[in-house]
Design a protein around this ligand. Structure first.
Ligand code: COA
Length: 174
């Protein structure tokens, strides 16, 4: 595979079934028990800030961003990020994250949080959230709760629960 054959595009409603199958293959039924899922099941992700990667017409990877509040601050929850096994280790995951973060920043978002492996996400600018500063609506290993400041200093003074941003959901519905 070379770079020319890879296309990264905003997710569309037509991608839903392919992405659901990708999630099922990757995470299995256990995905519904994940704490981050409790947020994602109640608040829709933003299609314009979620991206797919295709080789030709084949959807091989996906990343989604969902509006959240972190205490009083607004932010986005990144995930799930999934790359089909045969296409891993080729930089597709990083390209999807970089694209999603760039688009979020271009739309004046300031913070992105996620639950994931710090050694992987650190390459895209994520760092560990200090313990007990924020919490999710369920158990999460604090070492896996990460934040990326899209604007320098944006996380300063931010604390409190991470929960769906209902205002953003209502705005999107209008
Ligand atoms: C994690 C995942 C998205 C990475 O996608 P990818 O396209 O293979 O990643 P990239 O090609 O951008 O990066 C590969 C690099 O990241 C490293 N890496 C991959 N997963 C890692 C992890 N969990 N922790 C630390 N490093 C990791 C690889 O070793 C490789 O390192 P190298 O460049 O030094 O060789 C993919 O493996 C995947 O879909 N996994 C299953 C789902 C998952 O765990 N998603 C993340 C949680 S939401």
């Amino acid at each position: 595979m070379n770079d020319l054959s890879l296309t990264i595009l905003p997710e569309t409603a037509d991608d839903a079934a392919s992405i659901e199958r990708l999630h099922e293959r990757t995470f299995g039924p256990g995905r519904f028990a994940k704490t981050a899922y409790r947020i994602r099941e109640t608040a829709p992700h933003r299609l314009d800030l979620s991206f797919t990667a295709r080789i030709g017409t084949l959807l091989v990877a996906s990343v989604r961003l969902t509006p959240v509040c972190i205490g009083e601050a607004r932010g986005l929850l990144l995930g799930p990020l999934t790359v089909e096994p045969p296409f891993r280790q080729r930089g597709i995951g990083k390209k999807l994250i970089d694209r999603a973060l760039a688009e979020a920043k271009a739309r004046d978002h300031r913070l992105v949080v996620l639950v994931g492996d710090e050694p992987y996400y650190a390459k895209c600018g994520f760092k560990r959230i200090p313990k007990d500063r924020t919490f999710m609506p369920g158990p999460v290993d604090p070492a896996r709760l990460l934040v990326c400041e899209l604007v320098e200093g944006a996380f300063k003074g931010v604390c409190g629960p991470i929960r769906p941003d209902w205002d953003a959901v209502e705005l999107a519905a209008e």
